[in-house]
Design a protein around this ligand. Sequence first.
Ligand SMILES: [Zn+2]
Ligand SMILES: [Zn+2]
Ligand SMILES: [Zn+2]
Length: 365
Amino acid sequence: MSDDTNPKAVREIRINPVVPSESVLVATARSMRPKRREDLGVREHEDYVATCPFCRGNEHLTPPAIDVYPGPADWRIRIVENLYPVLGDDRQERNLSLGLQQTIDGYGRHEVIIDHNRHGIALYEMEASHIADLFSAYQKRMRELYQSNPRLRYVLVFKNSGAAAGASLSHTHSQIIGMPVVPYNVQAEVEHSLSYYRKHHHCIFCALIDEALTFEATIYDRTSGAVQRRIHVGQYVIERGTRFLAVKPFASRYEWEIQILPLAHQGDFLDASGDDLRDFARVLRRSMARLSAVLGEVQYNYFLHALPHAPETEESRPSYHWHLEICPRTTIPSGFELGSGLFVNTVSPEDAARQLREVVLTDPD
Ligand SMILES: [Zn+2]
Ligand SMILES: [Zn+2]
Ligand SMILES: [Zn+2]
């Protein structure tokens, strides 16, 4: 073992390799530490809450179901319309755009997926087969939405878990939003990875996976010859399945951010097979168990970044690589972050990855 298994203070701006304009200030010195969110909120552990509209038996409190798994009476996953959609399909008239004040249509679909019939269950407490069913339900609904309306250019799947992550209901749930535009950050990933592909004839995400799995280097100070940094094999790897890899991004915006990617190149999430989703579910479940072992009750967002279904992004199939981004919300962004657009990360990604990797999971799965 080399010297840098002991966390050293890091203070450097790391450039996101996929989207260079998204940079992160990694500053582990105590003085930089932002305020930790005090009211972390406690997860409700009950299986059933009489007043909860998402609990089994209270179906009359939600709009009618769009889909249920496995069946209406014994459902374990249920998809309904969002009562308070951010985008709706009732507005057909075009918005008036004036000069530089260009607006886009508020057209779209907003649906809620009740992830599990048990009210307070955490993701890592669900069976891997249930998580695979959940992601397969996302897939089916995304496919239906894309097919039902050519105006939808991106279907975003995301989950807010906990008040700090923006969840307004405590029953475990996620959301699907079909949008008439490709979100800016997805578009940026698609464009930057395409320009990398044009230069190198290789997917940048695949290159990052190769690096995460095999790269080993020692960086020396050019004048003194002293060792500046050693990069190990697997330094950023959190969890490895047969088909998926969970990694800590080198330029992580959030202290405990994790990304899960297919090991073999796959641009579109809709191309993931049943076997893919089974391995993905296992990697996700184990990653969430590691997060909760290190952080305790964790509030987080996750979101799927997949190839948009827009005509102009079709050529990005070989250069874009779908992934799930998991962003635990352990700190509140400060004025510096909001003002500069530079995320501040106070835990070095190497140290966070090591802590997560070292958790001994008692569950056999
Ligand atoms: Zn509930
Ligand atoms: Zn790839
Ligand atoms: Zn992404």
